[in-house]
Design a protein around this ligand. Sequence first.
Ligand code: ADP
Length: 181
Amino acid sequence: MDAYVGKTRVRLLQGDITRQDTEAIVNAANSSLMGGGGVDGAIHRAGGPQILEECKEIVARQGRLPTGEAVLTSGGRLAARYVIHTVGPVWQDGRHGEPELLRNAYYNSLSLAKKHGIRSLSFPSISTGAYRFPIEKAARIALSTVCDFLKEHAFDEVRFVLFSEKDLRVYEEAWLEISDS
Ligand code: ADP
């Protein structure tokens, strides 16, 4: 899927986020910023130790990263120049502020990218792996948050990189729902 929201190209594709050539990629990190499984582990493995070093400095300075917030490091050996680390919510039952916190994770990542003059970035499907956020709901929140942001601020490109074909289909479906409404 390939579309424009204002001047920004929005793409949904299946792939590995560590291989994207956007200026920044977003990491679905945890509050410790010490790496982990899933996309977080993949980014640290592919990017090398520099990213973890910078994460440690951030934690030493400001402590653990609260859910919904975002911070920036370099991309180490990645093609991407920067990694934006954000923490999505762990899904409990949807009544513990999970939708709002997921929205914050996307919104604060986009704001941080803008603040640093970043022109293109790739998102994974935040919170829908180990954090168990139902992907149909998460996809709608992800895409609507990004679309709303793009109505106010333009990038060259925003990419959603879904790991499986099934996840890509869910995001494509959510995109159609959002563009209809
Ligand atoms: P969270 O803890 O926020 O749920 P996970 O990393 O467990 O984060 O999962 C988030 C999503 O990232 C899942 O859909 C998972 O399949 C996907 N994922 C895992 N590795 C990669 C990768 N290399 N590129 C893109 N997406 C990935």
